[in-house]
Write a protein that binds this ligand. Structure first.
Ligand SMILES: [Zn+2]
Ligand SMILES: [Zn+2]
Length: 138
């Protein structure tokens, strides 16, 4: 699959994206504000960080994890990501499942019902292997 290169990012947008890529787990907007400041970055207002996150989300570079009110870097790096996010209810680790066929078959079914809009950011709860192991051995 051809990788679509995103448009050039401003310094701040790039910084936020890099933080999310490095974290490999969902981060809340307010925690991002704190991390940026701790790293000696500018003191951003919540509305600034939300604007940046909204931009990155619209570019398909990150996903909003609605159930956690947090953001996670898209691990596909594709503008047309067709992913489901599987969120572990115990450690909040998020795994991205990219399956265009599955996505479209659900999308088409929703479309039939007039519910197409509801699929964006679809999330599934699933205990991750690490937590499953921890649970099995008390
Ligand atoms: Zn994605
Ligand atoms: Zn877990």
């Amino acid at each position: 699959m051809k990788k679509i290169s995103p448009p050039p990012l401003t310094k701040l947008r790039r910084l936020v994206l890099e933080l999310l890529v490095q974290a490999k787990e969902p981060i809340k907007a307010y925690d991002l504000l704190e991390i940026i400041q701790r790293k000696g970055g500018p003191r951003l207002t919540p509305s600034t960080i939300y604007r940046i996150l909204e931009y990155l989300e619209n570019q398909g570079l990150i996903h909003r994890v609605n159930s956690l009110a947090a953001y996670v870097a898209c691990d596909q790096g594709l503008a047309d990501c067709h992913s489901f996010l599987v969120v572990c209810p115990l450690c909040f680790k998020t795994t991205e499942i990219n399956d265009a066929k599955l996505y479209h078959s659900i999308f088409d079914r929703l479309s039939d019902l007039g519910l197409a809009e509801s699929l964006g950011g679809a999330e599934i709860r699933g205990v991750c292997p690490q937590c499953a192991t921890n649970q099995a051995t008390p």
